[in-house]
Design a binder for this molecule. Structure first.
Ligand SMILES: Cc1cc2nc3c(=O)[nH]c(=O)nc-3n(C[C@H](O)[C@H](O)[C@H](O)COP(=O)(O)O)c2cc1C
Length: 245
């Protein structure tokens, strides 16, 4: 099942029953969690009007309004901090390390839910737009201090059949014992298949680029965007109390 998986962006009209969703969430919350603190929360969005509010924050990707369920996974120290304070314990989690810890916890829950859902034959799509628009998502989902959305998935029954996309060969990403840095020859070897693919050639043509790498650097993930959204995200971390206040 894991070797055959692929992202699903179109969903059938079949509903996702509450019982099934609950079962998936139960399984997801069995994921490893730092110190068993469970410093995460998951926001379920089913209400079409709430999806309409979220859609523009995910750059109007159609999955947000079309999927029966949207799940926003949040790094969350709010609940744990409250527990500490109510139990005469002074929390020291207003820092970047704690955010990162909570983000790891949230992502482990997200990925475990995805694997559990796909094992049931369901389809998922991650939305990277969550970290770009965290400041607005915080408003729509009413996230208090100590809570930062780190990723979103759309979930439903597959409404499309899609080809699997490529991966680099395993040897390109695995290192035995210590890191083996890449020579220009290694890069040529590991990326040549990806570069030769018809879909890659199409991407280059559509975007009028000489190389596939330029499609990433100049179109899909530009420096200007990365710097802009980094600044916003750093502001969010400060606002939500994770920058050593
Ligand atoms: C953190 C993360 C963010 C992603 N964001 C988006 C997104 O915003 N929109 C989208 O269509 N796919 C998104 N994806 C899905 C990837 O495009 C997809 O996993 C990748 O192209 C490989 O395809 P596959 O999952 O079918 O193997 C995201 C995946 C990850 C892990």
């Amino acid at each position: 099942m894991l070797l055959n998986r692929r992202t699903i962006r179109k969903y059938s009209s079949e509903p996702v029953e509450d019982k099934l969703l609950n079962d998936l969430l139960q399984k997801a919350c069995r994921a490893s969690t730092t110190g068993n603190m469970q410093v995460y929360s998951v926001i379920i969005t089913r209400d079409p009007s709430k999806k309409d509010e979220l859609a523009p924050l995910h750059f109007n990707q159609s999955m947000v309004t079309e999927a029966p369920v949207v799940l926003t996974f949040c790094a969350d120290f709010n609940r744990f901090n409250k527990w500490c304070r109510l139990r005469n314990a002074a929390p020291g989690y207003d820092n970047f390390l704690s955010f990162f810890t909570a983000a790891i916890d949230a992502l482990l829950v997200a990925q475990t839910l995805c694997v559990a859902a796909e094992a049931e034959g369901m389809g998922i799509c991650y939305l990277g737009t969550t970290t770009y628009m965290a400041h607005k998502i915080i408003e729509v989902l009413k996230l208090p201090e100590g809570v930062v959305p780190v990723t979103t998935i759309t979930l439903g029954w597959p409404g499309e059949k899609v080809e699997q996309v490529d991966r680099l060969p395993l040897e390109a990403v695995i290192h035995n014992e210590t890191y083996h840095d890449y020579s220009a020859g290694d890069i040529d070897k590991y990326y040549s298949e990806k570069e030769k693919r018809a879909d890659s050639q199409q991407f280059m043509k559509e975007n009028d680029k000489e190389t596939l790498a330029q499609v990433f650097t100049d179109v899909r993930y530009t420096k200007a965007d990365n710097v802009h959204f980094s600044q916003i995200l750093l502001g969010v971390l400060k606002e939500q109390g994770f920058m050593n206040q």
